[in-house]
Design a protein around this ligand. Structure first.
Ligand SMILES: [Zn+2]
Length: 481
């Protein structure tokens, strides 16, 4: 999800101020015509061919039936038949919410038929998609004065977590709900698209670590630590793009990441500020992910990952899943963004962080504008073919298609088991300004100190079980006992 407001706020001076940091796009000539027109391209084809021939997996394929190394379509088909292509971010559940109010049983939509927009099962099959993280996004509450004030956000997130497995289970021949990396492989072997839940914004847990635990119990397997607004965990990229200060990771964000590592919930650093990324990587006890981001040195949009962070991700063992959003790919002329821009990001991430770092995170159905050549979920193979044309081997393609994500997820699961084995308790840290319920004067206090404190500070004068809000007004919906 990338609402329009997030991306238009970037300052021109920031763009220009970062020009000198821009690295050269690895193979810009690819944008200007046929790949066979340059000597580099011919050399790269030869290299690709040799790499394919030397790959042991390819030898197995050769043994089965030879494949022309320049037959990118056939190589892609073979690779994606044996390795699940896992996309990091698709916002179809948001469409179910806004168009259907999550009523999916009345026959208004059939996901197996071609729909408008970017996503349906028919085109996912054409696109050889093997696994999908479905985003359970809801907006930030602009009326919320304090990050942890009660609002509808957690309720609406629960509704999205409810509708996602419901639509998955409506299509058992095509989709399989998964909450483990092992399940993804199993689903893929069974010919189904593994379907996982990711939460796109730390605001969606209401500033509460206990809520993170419950979201995990409900099947969510990543949380994007911010969306386009700051929250109790830290600063978002959009705030910095709009000229705000980069406060990085806040105390509760630190505690949240530690708890997510203990749980085995993936920490997603797409959308967070650059300082947040650095702070998070300095304390992470497991690999991190970027579910839909690119390389800042290719296009200086603050949603992308700067080179120093890419190098930290390499050490951390995490993954950056290349995003397909036009405004991030071509800031000056978004309408001119093409599939080749995504290939540029893939190669740059690979150059700085290694092929073990790269994945794919489309943002299909979450952004209105996607690149020429990557119009919908059926176009993943076209992207893979182009990455092959640029010289990637079948083994490198396997990594970026799905093996990297599965390795990272498996490692996160493993680290969680290790941390839990140490006896580390669930975190009880809270937001610094958190308000809690108060008791009555005659509450059946457990502790003498509670009763004395209630008498001394006058809290027992409050006739409500729930505390008064910060504005001093009583909540009219209080529970009376
Ligand atoms: Zn997003």
């Amino acid at each position: 999800m990338s609402s329009t407001s997030q991306d238009n706020g970037i300052q021109q001076d920031q763009i220009e101020g970062n020009q000198q940091e821009q690295s050269v796009i690895i193979h810009p000539q690819r944008r200007n015509g046929g790949i066979l027109n340059s000597s580099w391209a011919r050399g790269s084809l030869l290299a690709a061919g040799l790499a394919v021939i030397l790959s042991p997996i390819t030898w197995i394929w050769f043994a089965a039936s030879p494949v022309d190394p320049t037959d990118y379509a056939e190589r892609t088909r073979r690779v994606l038949s044996t390795t699940p292509l896992i996309d990091g971010h698709n916002d179809l559940p948001w469409q179910l919410r806004i168009e259907l109010h999550n009523r999916i049983y009345d026959g208004r939509v059939d996901l197996t038929k071609q729909l408008l927009g970017h996503t349906d099962i028919k085109r996912m099959r054409q696109g050889q998609v093997g696994g999908q993280f479905w985003s359970v996004y809801v907006d930030c509450d602009t009326q919320q004065k304090h990050f942890e004030d009660p609002s509808w956000v957690v309720r609406d997130t629960l509704e999205q977590i409810d509708v996602t497995p419901r639509f998955i289970s409506e299509h058992p021949e095509h989709l399989q709900y998964c909450d483990t990396a092992a399940c993804v492989r199993k689903a893929f072997r069974a010919g189904r698209i593994a379907s996982m839940i990711g939460i796109e914004g730390g605001h969606q847990v209401g500033g509460s670590i206990a809520t993170i635990r419950q979201m995990y119990e409900l099947g969510a397997r990543y949380i994007t630590m911010t969306h386009n607004c700051d929250n109790s965990f830290g600063t978002s990229a959009s705030t910095v793009a709009a000229g705000g200060e980069d406060g990085g990771l806040y105390n509760l964000g630190h505690d949240a990441i530690r708890e997510m590592n203990r749980l085995g919930m993936m920490v997603d650093l797409s959308h967070v500020s650059h300082q947040f990324m650095r702070d998070a990587l300095s304390i992470a006890r497991a690999p991190v992910i970027f579910s839909h981001s690119g390389a800042y040195s290719v296009e200086p949009h603050l949603r992308h990952v700067p080179d120093d962070v890419l190098r930290s991700v390499k050490k951390n063992g995490g993954i950056v899943m290349a995003v397909f959003v036009n405004r991030f790919l071509n800031m000056k002329n978004p309408d001119l963004a093409t599939i080749h821009d995504v290939v540029d990001h893939v190669f740059r991430i690979a150059e700085v962080c290694g092929w073990e770092c790269v994945g794919l995170g489309s943002d299909f159905s979450g952004t209105p504008y996607v690149p020429i050549g990557l119009e919908d979920v059926s176009k993943f193979p076209a992207l893979i073919e182009l990455i092959m044309e640029r010289g990637a081997t079948d083994e490198q393609i396997r990594l970026i298609a799905g093996e990297n994500l599965l390795r990272v997820w498996g490692e996160i699961e493993h680290r969680a088991k290790e941390i839990q084995a140490t006896g580390e308790k669930p975190s009880e840290e809270e937001y610094a300004e958190r308000h809690w319920h108060k008791g009555l004067k005659n509450s059946p206090w457990m502790l003498r100190e509670s009763r004395e404190k209630a008498i001394v500070n006058g809290a027992a004068e409050n006739p409500h079980m729930f505390n008064v809000g910060r504005d001093g007004k009583h909540n009219p919906a209080v529970k009376q006992v």
